[in-house]
Design a protein around this ligand. Structure first.
Ligand code: NI
Length: 392
């Protein structure tokens, strides 16, 4: 039996285990940096397979599986955190924790990677090198990947691979694409400070509201006037706060929003332009304008050509493969890609006959569990091929 057939057969036979683990994680969701239960189960399962375990980044777990043959170190990654959402699915495995839910599918990622640990442990004799199974915390706005990389425990990894289940693709279909896959993301806060006063005597006050409105409109003009027409950029102002009632001019207006790009040069150019707009539009009306990046930058996820080609070839042996569609959403998987060649693929989990149609982060999000074993097989086969490809 070829190793592909063997991996496929064993992964398929683990379907029940993967679903059982996924449901257990689903019933007990933990938010970013709180993944204590999840990580202790992951650690227990890995140790049960005789896999060495390293604990890093608070609740992160790395399983280190070394084969008998010489070879490089490669990393396959899952994230473990849930979201502050009240689940609305009426299923036996519904979240047992009020206000918390696995609404992005990270429960499935963790379960698929545990399945991969089982398969890799079974074919250990054929492994030339080391596979690091990366279970990271805090993907949802916690930059868990950055903490994992900064721990130093992945310094020897020569290539990374990650999977996200995907509600936009039919169950079992894999999406992959070389180059830009997920956008880089910034969050910003703008403050326009004036001087409060009576709504009936605006000339006695310094009203921050009109310049704040001008700033919002000017920011939207950046995309049409400053960005090449074929380059994807999103600037969204998502919050405006100012004032308390109809006859009082407020002291200050606060705006917040996000900037998404695939290109860091363009990102820097946009930030410079935003700063200038804020400063000068505010000053023109006697106000003070302040611009601040309020969250740490998440770089774009850009898929490496060599890793992508392996993923495409391997996935083609398992299932239908389509060209992945880049999104303006961000993923902290990008931090692995800054460390070594990396690729991020998506696995379709949408199934209309089962009513599994809701988007990620929706209170009725769910996944077609019957295809999760494919994710397990993909993790394993990509890891084995990466070991060959990235041999010195
Ligand atoms: Ni996610």
């Amino acid at each position: 039996m070829s190793s592909v057939d063997e991996v496929l057969k064993y992964s398929r036979s683990l379907s029940e285990y993967i679903i059982r683990m996924r449901r257990d994680f689903h019933m007990h969701p933990e938010l970013k940096w709180e993944e204590r239960r999840t990580s202790s189960i992951v650690e227990r399962e890995l140790r049960g397979l005789g896999i060495e375990v390293i604990r890093v980044a608070e609740t992160g777990v790395i399983g280190v599986l070394k084969g008998p043959g010489e070879g490089p170190v490669v990393g396959i990654r899952a994230d473990m955190d849930a979201l502050p959402i009240q689940e609305e699915n009426d299923v036996p495995y519904r979240s047992r924790v009020p206000g918390k839910m696995h609404a992005c599918g990270h429960d499935a990622h963790t379960a698929m990677l545990l399945g991969a640990a089982k398969v890799l442990a079974k074919v250990r004799e054929k492994i030339n090198g080391t596979v690091k199974l990366i279970f990271q915390p805090a993907e949802e706005g916690g930059l868990g990947a950055k903490a994992m990389v900064e721990s130093g425990a992945l310094d020897d990894v020569k290539a990374f691979f990650g999977i996200h289940v995907w509600s936009m693709l039919p169950a079992g279909v894999v999406g992959i694409k070389e180059g830009p896959m997920m956008a880089g993301a910034d969050a910003f806060t703008i403050k326009v400070k004036g001087m409060g006063g009576h709504g009936a005597q605006p000339h006695e006050a310094v009203d921050p509201i009109p310049p704040a409105c001008d700033i919002v409109n000017a920011l939207h003009r950046i995309v049409s006037r400053e960005v090449p027409a074929l380059q994807p950029v999103v600037i969204s102002v998502t919050m405006i706060k100012g004032g308390t009632t109809f006859n009082v001019i407020p002291e200050e207006v606060t705006l917040a929003g996000t900037i998404r790009t695939f290109d860091e040069g363009l990102r820097n150019k946009i930030i410079k332009r935003v700063k200038s707009i804020v400063k000068h539009y505010a000053e023109a009306w006697g106000c003070e304008g302040k611009f601040e990046l309020s969250e740490e930058y998440v770089p774009p996820t850009v898929n490496d050509v060599r890793v992508t080609n392996i993923v495409r070839r391997v996935a083609g042996k398992l299932t239908k493969v389509v060209e992945g569609e880049p999104t303006m959403g961000a993923e902290d998987f990008a931090f692995y890609g800054r460390k070594a060649p990396a690729a991020f693929a998506v696995l379709g989990v949408r199934n209309e006959t089962k009513g599994i149609v809701h988007p990620h982060h929706h209170p009725k999000f769910d996944v077609d569990e019957d295809v999760l074993w494919l994710g397990t097989a993909l993790y394993v086969l990509v890891a084995l091929d990466l070991l060959e490809e990235f041999r010195e």
